[in-house]
Design a protein around this ligand. Structure first.
Ligand code: HXC
Ligand code: NAP
Length: 291
């Protein structure tokens, strides 16, 4: 069931949704489902050929309308151009999904200042640029809207070896909670999704290069012993931009099969104890009574 579409037909009919990084991976998966639910879609990223090809593919798959606009989210002027194009073609924008990201694994001491900045600029500054441009527009037009930020679970735990990304995603999470309060009065809801491992080419090539994917199999880190399916993330995203979540504001919803908590609980490592050892361990702990 979890890899089936969740919302009723036409749940997003009449909505225009902008997805940054919408030509690939999870952005593409969310966009596909939004179109199936009746939304008009705007996808942006730096590579025009990629988003144009995705636009054609999704239009023929769903019969919906997709506008592809090239944009480097680090450049505010380019973000404003996306907004102008979206309004010109579809008349309005109802939701912004800050999904574009850059990331790679590295010991932090190996990073140049520019390498650190490039991730911060894509993830934090890019999300800020989009949020600011679209937010100003919605407030001026007195239009209710929603923002959905795609973060990570290490936005709240931090993580070694992806420190620029952790800093940036932590900042996006802080922005999510701050604006939920500040812009709530304008009818703008701001929420976030923190996905666990959902295999995509973009993430896996940069985070699990070579045979690291086998050596560091994410399934083993997840209590449910599987990685995420794109449709289940798309289901959650569709719910969060739809009116069915009209009272959810400032929330970050984790969808990771319990992964980050498995890494956190002090005694979670006891999972490694074979079932038949527990009789002996129980006897030993019971024997301490009164000692
Ligand atoms: C060290 C590196 C490096 C690496 C690049 N740099 N790769 N340093 N180790 N592996 C350095 C470069 O030398 C340069 O610094 C600086 O970073 C910028 O590199 P450019 O290649 O010029 O940047 P740019 O063309 O803007 O590309 C950005 C990028 C690239 C982030 C480096 O990977 C990219 O385009 N990524 C987009 C897609 C992506 O990353 N998707 C994954 C998201 S997954 P110097 O000093 O030499 O100038 C994700 C999920 C996490 O976020 C959770 C999963 C479970
Ligand atoms: P992905 O396919 O690599 O997606 C990243 C997208 O961002 C690409 O389409 C890329 O397109 C775009 N992008 C990068 N830099 C950009 C820039 N400066 N301006 C505009 N667009 C830019 O990876 P993904 O796995 O689907 O990741 C999507 C989101 O999910 C990210 O926010 C990521 O952090 C998050 N996430 C993923 C996982 C996972 O397991 N996959 C887990 C947790 C969180 P261009 O290169 O064409 O610009």
């Amino acid at each position: 069931m979890y890899n089936q579409p969740m919302l009723r037909d036409d749940a997003l009919k009449g909505r225009t949704i902008v997805i940054t990084g919408g030509g690939t991976g999870l952005g593409k998966a969310m966009g596909t489902y939004f179109l199936q639910l009746g939304a008009d879609l705007v996808i942006t990223s730096r590579k025009l050929t990629v988003i144009e090809e995705t636009a054609r593919e999704l239009e023929s798959l769903t019969g919906g309308k997709v506008l592809a606009v090239a944009c480097d989210v680090r450049e505010y002027v380019q973000v404003e151009h996306v907004l102008e194009e979206a309004v010109r073609v579809f008349g309005k924008v109802d939701s912004l999904i800050n999904n574009a990201a850059g990331n790679f694994i590295s010991p932090t001491e190996r990073l140049s200042a520019n390498a650190f900045s490039s991730i911060i600029d894509i993830v934090l500054k890019g999300s800020v640029n989009c949020t600011l441009a679209f937010g100003k527009h919605w407030i001026k037009e007195k239009q209710p809207a929603s923002i959905l930020n795609i973060v990570t679970t290490y936005a709240f735990t931090g993580s070694a070896y992806v420190v620029p990304s952790a800093c940036a995603k932590g900042g996006v999470l802080a922005m999510t909670r701050s604006l939920a309060v500040e812009w709530g009065k304008y009818g703008i809801r701001t929420n976030a999704i923190a996905p666990g491992p959902f295999p995509t080419k973009g993430a896996w090539e940069r985070l699990l290069p070579g045979d690291l994917a086998e050596k560091f199999d994410f399934k083993n880190r997840v209590p449910l012993k599987r990685v995420g399916e794109h449709q289940e993330l798309a289901n959650l995203a569709a719910f969060l931009v739809s009116d069915f979540s009209a009272y959810i504001n400032g929330e970050v919803i984790t969808i990771d099969g319990g992964e980050w908590l498995q890494g956190a609980g002090q005694f979670n490592g006891l999972e490694a104890i074979p079932g038949d050892m527990w009789d002996m361990l129980e006897q030993m702990t019971r024997a301490t009574k009164g000692s």
